[in-house]
Ligand binder design. Sequence first.
Ligand code: HEM
Length: 327
Amino acid sequence: MYPSLFLFLLVLIIGAKGTQLRSDYYFETCPEAEFIVRDVMKMAFNREPRSVASVMRFQFHDCFVNGCDASLLLDDTPEMLGEKLALSNINSLRSYEVVDEIKDALERACPGVVSCADIVIMASRDAVFLSGGPYWDVKLGRLDSLIASQENSSNIMPSPRSDASSLIDLFSKYSLSVKDLVALSGSHSIGKGRCFSIVFRLYNQSGSGMPDPTIEPEYRVKLNKLCPVCGDGNVTGDLDSTPVVFDNQFFKDLVNGRGFLNSDQTLHTFPDTREYVELYSVDQDAFFNDFVEGMIKMGDLQSDQPGEIRRNCRVVNRQPLNLVADS
Ligand code: HEM
């Protein structure tokens, strides 16, 4: 390979590492970026409201695994097991095609400029806003990873069986407070979960052979119908009673013992998190403010690894190593 090309690629990859994030990052290089993302998200919302919730979830599953670097979006290759099939993601994360559509539209307008990692952050904000939630300015300028780690994702991402104290520990590793944990769990104000994620609490909570006693009885009857023993684990139920509206109903439901996921309901059972659940159940503005703060903090989790601007969010660009082999 030509030495100058190699050097250029190296500078491209390493040079932007650790870039300061800022809200006007694409102001000159792709001024329409945020409008393009919004338009595609709007179309997705009109096609299937749940799809924007599914996209919003990507921010959590991306940022907690080696920072917000779109590692989540990489497909498996013969050399690398990606994160899409990690324990918490397999048969669960969905709507990757919405990110593909956004990326295609951005590549048409400003080729090679907007990272997939930033797309996830913009799209998550738009998902919340389109569903009736708050709007906020996002910081941009992230790079896309060159690798993904299925193992890290499986080890890190929490199970629906988690209790509040293990979630507090997990979030604290990312400098996210108890308040951040409860506010961010309010993302379950939109979207759905599978029976697979709740059958244990319906029939055998903590190996007791009994249901979780914190489930409100009428709600339990409803869940039992939706998710019978040995039923189809892929059947889905709403995470709160207004699943396409981003509001504080999720917290009202928790106060009434009507949380879908065990990990959500324990936020009300556990004293340290309960005060926030109760506050948000009566004060939607407090929820919105703290949620936005949490999303921004989570978006600040950066990767310390080299990166690039991927042309296709599912694959890394042709790497220098391949170019060496080609020359
Ligand atoms: C606090 C720890 C969390 C746990 C244990 C957790 C767990 C889960 C589980 C088990 C599901 C249902 C998956 C399924 O059954 O297939 C789910 C759905 C969802 N999660 Fe979380 N989650 C957490 C935090 C978050 C955060 C911080 C966000 C975003 C900021 C988020 C956004 C979502 C969304 C939007 C859905 C619905 C997705 C859809 O409808 O496709 N979650 N989560």
